[in-house]
Design a protein around this ligand. Structure first.
Ligand code: NAP
Length: 253
């Protein structure tokens, strides 16, 4: 088993990419700490996985809750060597200035500040391991702007650049850092969350397209984790075959 003996924290494991990653890491033999706000979904997943699994229910925006959850891990889960910062969301697709300021704040608080809290609270543990790895879930949105993407795109650009900065901070410390940058991915609640339960809009995102599957992203994460210790995969950008970067927008008179 490729990930035997590893204790892996996955934030946002109650659905989508995080859940698929939990299943893939469990299949590879890892022990897991899975987090999210929905206790029922985490408990159900923990029961389903045939591996030691600790569900922890907290909101990554709550700094005290994050630090206290990771400060009081039971001994059998305390030697965390992998952190997968996956919890995140997009809200709305309105261009500036027609945005909802609460949505902007929630994206910044979750995708940026929540990721920072989880990272900072676990780095001392990661530094004690002979080999450790932080995997951040960025997005193609962090590389390419799209209309209405504004704060979501910028939050994922933060994740991209923060990953690069972490790599320089940890140079010589045996902590690898990888940024995973998927494009549209199904088997997730991402579009439902973005459009706040408007099913027609959410379904429209994937209409007539074969998007990536959450399991595709999970496999790329397991691949990055299982490279030899001297190999750091900086970033993996994944897009569906049916999608392409189509150049700069032009406004014509
Ligand atoms: N799907 C895509 O097309 C796509 C593409 C590129 C990147 N991504 C990124 O992939 C990551 C996972 O998203 P997904 O597509 O799998 O969507 P998803 O199915 O909605 O999963 C999002 C996860 O994040 C957790 N989460 C959200 N806000 C949280 C908070 N404040 N505190 C704790 N946990 C929180 C959710 O758990 P609870 O609701 O239980 O809290 C859920 O488990 C995100 O970072 C997203 O930006 C997605």
């Amino acid at each position: 088993m490729q990930l035997n003996q590893k204790i892996i924290v996955i934030t946002g494991a109650s659905s989508g990419i995080g859940k698929a990653t939990a299943m893939a890491c469990a299949a590879a033999g890892a022990s897991l700490i899975i987090t999210g706000r929905r206790k029922d979904a985490l408990d159900a997943l923990a029961k389903e996985l045939a591996t030691p699994c600790l569900p922890l229910c907290f909101d990554v925006r709550d700094k005290d809750a994050v630090f206290s959850a990771f400060a009081s891990l039971p001994p059998e889960f305390s030697n965390v060597s992998v952190l997968i910062n996956n919890a995140g969301l997009a809200l709305g697709l309105e261009p500036v200035p027609h945005i909802n300021l609460d949505d902007w704040e929630q994206m910044v608080d979750t995708n940026i500040k929540g990721l920072l809290y989880c990272t900072q609270s676990l780095v001392p543990t990661l530094q004690k391991q002979p080999a450790a790895h932080i995997v951040n879930i960025g997005s193609t949105a962090g590389n390419y702007a799209y209309k209405g993407g504004n704060t979501y795109c910028a939050s994922k650009a933060f994740v991209h650049h923060f990953s690069d900065c972490l790599r320089t901070d940890f140079l010589g410390q045996n902590i690898r850092v990888t940024n995973i940058e998927p494009a549209m991915t199904e088997d997730t609640a991402f579009a439902d969350v973005r459009f706040k339960g408007d099913d027609a809009k959410a379904r429209g995102v994937y209409a007539g397209v074969q998007p990536l599957r959450a399991s595709d992203i999970a496999q790329s994460i397991v691949w990055a984790l299982t490279r030899p210790a001297h190999v750091n995969i900086n970033r993996i950008e994944l897009i569906p075959t049916a999608q392409a970067q189509a150049g700069l927008a032009v406004h014509r008179q």
